[in-house]
Design a protein around this ligand. Structure first.
Ligand code: 13P
Length: 260
């Protein structure tokens, strides 16, 4: 059981809480001409909320999709300070990150909250990108597969398999995020294979079609090796997505997947 050969790899840039109007415009001015020539890879960018509309305008003539980094558990209503999925869809978002480890660790999002956000994203017509991954302590105590499976099960139990595979899964080991310490291609592939097999135990064909991205210190010089692993279908890129040439090189590394 491996990824379907017909599926395009997907690379998503997560800008986190970085950028400014001027910096974003400069980044896109350098980035878009380079990635417009790439084929066989889908690219999306997730700027912070205040810049979504402006970035949407700047992406208008490109094939690059827009995504948000978070959404409310609720669609609309009296929730001061929250941003609803319907609004994100309205301003042109296609993707939304759900359950990023920074939200889980720093903002107390538990599995139930993440599952609710995943369901709300689908209701709003967005593609949720479900982030899962273990901490260093959990890896060292041999719990990686159990943690990832529990995070997936929480969403499966809330929305069912058919809806789960309408989303994208991103494996982001917490110890590799922003640390410069990337999972080796073998370590990443082992967890991706586990996720694929877990999906296949529910439905074989849908498991092959589901995109599973790797995130955690992906850089221009390690992207190709990671993306060539049989169960890795692209990447979720933090720091390196803020540099036009690095991100373009990462997108380019995702272009061609050797058939295995
Ligand atoms: P880095 O690429 O900076 O490690 O961040 C990964 C990440 O958290 C993407 O969502």
């Amino acid at each position: 059981m491996q990824t379907s050969p017909n599926k395009k790899q997907l690379v998503i840039g997560n800008w986190k809480m970085n950028g400014s109007s001027a910096a974003n415009a400069g980044l896109l001015r350098s980035l878009l001409p380079v990635i417009s020539s790439l084929e066989g890879v889908e690219v999306a960018l997730c700027p912070p909320f205040p810049y979504l509309s402006t970035v949407a305008d700047l992406l208008d003539d490109s094939d690059v999709a827009l995504g948000a980094q978070n959404l409310s558990t609720e669609l609309t209503g009296a929730y001061t300070g929250e941003v609803g999925g319907t609004m994100l869809r309205d301003i042109g978002c296609r993707f939304v990150l759900v359950g990023h480890s920074e939200r889980r660790a720093l903002y107390g999002e538990d599995d139930a909250c993440v599952a609710k956000k995943f369901a709300t994203a689908l209701q709003a017509g967005l593609i949720p990108v479900l982030c899962v991954g273990e901490t260093l302590v959990q890896r060292q105590s041999g719990e990686t597969q159990a943690i990832v499976t529990a995070q997936l099960n929480a969403v499966l139990n809330a929305v069912g398999f058919n809806d789960l595979v309408k989303g994208v899964i991103a494996y982001e080991p917490v110890w590799a995020i922003g640390t410069g310490e990337t999972a080796t291609p073998e370590q990443a592939q082992a967890v991706h294979r586990h996720i694929r097999q877990w999906l296949a135990s529910q439905h074989r064909a849908a498991a092959a079609d589901c995109r599973i991205l790797y995130g955690g210190s992906v850089k221009a010089d390690n992207a190709e090796q990671l993306f060539s692993q049989p169960d890795i279908d692209g990447g979720l890129i933090g720091g390196a997505s803020l540099d036009a040439m690095s991100f373009a090189a990462i997108c380019s590394a995702a272009q061609v997947k050797p058939t295995s």
